[in-house]
Design a protein around this ligand. Structure first.
Ligand SMILES: [Zn+2]
Length: 221
């Protein structure tokens, strides 16, 4: 899944209003930032295959360290513990833990059965919504819209940056999603693919920045 992970980060602002959107976004996309690192290290493997369905062009041959459920629970706990260490903010800590776990759950819905439970396990999980291209797009777009709506309801811009940096963030994500969904095939070079995927990390400081230019909206009881 792509923008659906960002939807989780945006929506989680409601449950942890004092947490920065930077951290709230980092949690649900963490696994997809670890994955390219492990690809570059040669610890995990992917191959690019031609397919008329753009969602099925990547074959996730092996990724138990970034996407095995057991390892994911470990990453979630590690990230939540670090977050708690820095902030002592309990709602944020819980939401961050859930945010990392949510990545696996959402990938489980869309991926073909390729998600391991643990390294070395032979049982692969995945409901395969990606086989139904338009349904997958509709679900993901709807999730993203709900995420934007919740974040907008929770916060309001303090200044112009708070407005434009937020909508710029949304437009960029939609453009990246459209590129992945309707654009050319991903690079056949795994190194290029990994580096392009890692670029998503830049969205974390951006989310932190735009969020620092917004404040809590008084929601009527
Ligand atoms: Zn993933």
């Amino acid at each position: 899944m792509f923008i659906g992970h960002y939807a989780v980060g945006l929506a989680s602002k409601k449950l942890a209003p004092r947490a920065s959107l930077g951290a709230l976004i980092a949690a649900p996309i963490l696994l997809d930032l670890l994955w390219p690192i492990f690809l570059l290290l040669g610890w995990e493997h992917v191959s690019v295959e031609p397919n008329s369905n753009p969602f099925l062009r990547l074959s996730f041959d092996s990724y138990p360290i970034s996407h095995g459920l057991l390892a994911v629970a470990g990453w979630a706990t590690l990230f939540a513990a670090l977050y708690y260490g820095f902030t002592r903010y309990v709602p944020g800590t819980i939401v961050i833990w859930l945010g990392v776990i949510s990545h696996w759950v959402m990938d489980y819905i869309v991926h073909r059965p390729d998600l391991p439970l643990y390294a070395g396990g032979s049982r692969m999980m995945g409901l395969g919504l990606w086989n139904h291209r338009w349904v997958a797009i509709a679900v993901e777009a709807a999730l993203f819209a709900v995420g934007i709506w919740i974040y907008q309801r929770q916060t309001k811009a303090k200044d112009k940056v708070g407005t434009y940096a937020f909508w710029g963030f949304v437009v960029l994500l939609l453009a990246a999603y459209a590129g992945a969904t309707f654009g050319p095939a991903p690079p056949a070079s795994i190194k290029k693919l990994a580096i392009a995927t890692l670029c998503a990390a830049l969205l974390i400081p951006w989310a932190w920045w735009l969020d620092s230019h917004r404040e809590a909206r008084e929601v009527a009881p």
